[in-house]
Design a protein around this ligand. Structure first.
Ligand code: NAP
Length: 315
């Protein structure tokens, strides 16, 4: 008999139903996927691995013998906050397709800023015909904060498109063609030299509020910011101050402290802000479900659990 793997999710019903279709297909022959609500008490006790997407922590706790959970998302800050430290290991989704999708978004919105699109859109609304000086990509420095799966793919894609790229991470790193820095001094250097800074680090105890007034004031005059990481990493009040009074010229925001962004939030109408509804790199179900199936197949055949989140570091 195939082992049974619970699927624990509080996602919207459309999202849940889509996963409930694709996961059993990808895992056919490996395991039977069953929604948490359909499990008997014995089946809950027998489960040693579960697939989770925005799960109710009480439902995860009701699976007492879990060795690990496989998240369908790359960002796991809610899981690390909600699951006990001595609970199951947390394996996040690492999918090369997600890195490709994120690097496409980073390139697209970097080009949007590099080619002055917000400014030309504002001019069009006022019927102003006015050319601004063109700068070549090689004359534009883009700083990537966070050089993990998503950040390093994005840095390399920008480099391939001719930008001068700086990268910053917690530990020392080397990436071909990219000047990599780390530590607090490294952050100041990246911010002070970048025309466009892209946030791509995880939300942890250390990164929460990391980009505040001092960091934003260290940016170059007329620099731009892209936040594709998580809302609470960036201090919104300090951001608005830096947009209104310098040095920032524009911000592209895909992630927010509260999502969906409330209708009353001033960011919606700020002329120097582009608001996106958390779309820079959605999980691709077709590739993610194959990766999850591979992880679970290896676990059932050899007991191997994929690399998991370091609970002390938070990512
Ligand atoms: P990852 O592989 O874990 O990489 C994280 C990177 O951030 C690493 O380079 C790490 O440094 C660096 N970092 C962590 N804490 C740091 C700190 N305190 N100071 C400096 N650097 C720090 O993560 P990933 O897969 O690239 O994903 C990054 C984040 O993107 C996710 O956590 C998620 O929040 C976000 N995301 C957003 C979307 C979206 O649609 N908007 C989609 C997917 C993911 P080391 O290299 O030294 O470890």
């Amino acid at each position: 008999m195939k082992p049974l793997v619970p699927f624990v999710s509080q996602s919207t019903s459309g999202d849940r139903l889509a996963w409930e279709k694709v996961l059993p297909e990808a895992l056919s022959g490996i395991a039977e996927i069953r929604p948490f609500a359909d499990l008997t008490d014995d089946q809950r006790r027998a489960a040693t691995v579960a697939i989770v997407a925005n799960p109710d922590p009480a439902e995860v706790a009701a699976l007492p013998n879990l060795a690990w959970v496989q998240s369908l998302w790359a960002g796991v800050e809610r899981l690390t906050a909600e699951l006990p430290e001595d609970g199951p290991l947390i394996v996040r989704l690492t999918d090369p397709k997600m890195a490709e999708t994120m690097s496409e978004a980073v390139l697209a919105w970097t080009l949007y800023l590099h080619r002055d699109m917000p400014r030309y859109m504002a001019q069009q609304r006022r019927k102003i015909w006015h050319e601004h000086d063109h700068r070549a990509a090689a004359e534009r420095t883009v700083g990537i904060l966070g050089l993990g799966n998503l950040g390093s793919a994005s840095a390399q894609r920008l480099r391939a498109n001719g930008f001068n790229v700086l990268g910053w991470s917690r530990s020392e790193k080397a990436l071909d063609g990219i000047r990599c820095l780390h530590g607090p001094d490294g952050l100041k250097t990246v911010l002070s030299q970048s025309d466009i800074t892209v946030l791509l680090m995880p939300l942890t105890g250390e990164t929460r509020g990391m980009i505040g007034a001092a960091e934003l004031q260290a940016c170059k005059q007329d620099a731009c910011l892209i936040n594709f990481a998580r809302g609470p990493i960036l201090d919104t009040r300090a951001l608005i101050e830096a947009l209104d009074h310098g040095p920032l010229a524009h911000a592209v925001l895909d992630v927010f402290e509260k999502e969906p962004l409330p209708a009353s939030d001033p960011l919606w109408e700020h002329e120097k802000v582009t608001v996106l509804p958390h779309v820079s790199s959605p999980t691709t179900r077709s590739t993610a479900s194959k990766i999850v199936a591979g992880n679970i197949a290896r676990y059932f055949s050899s007991g191997e659990i994929p690399p998991s989140v370091d609970r002390k570091r938070g990512y």
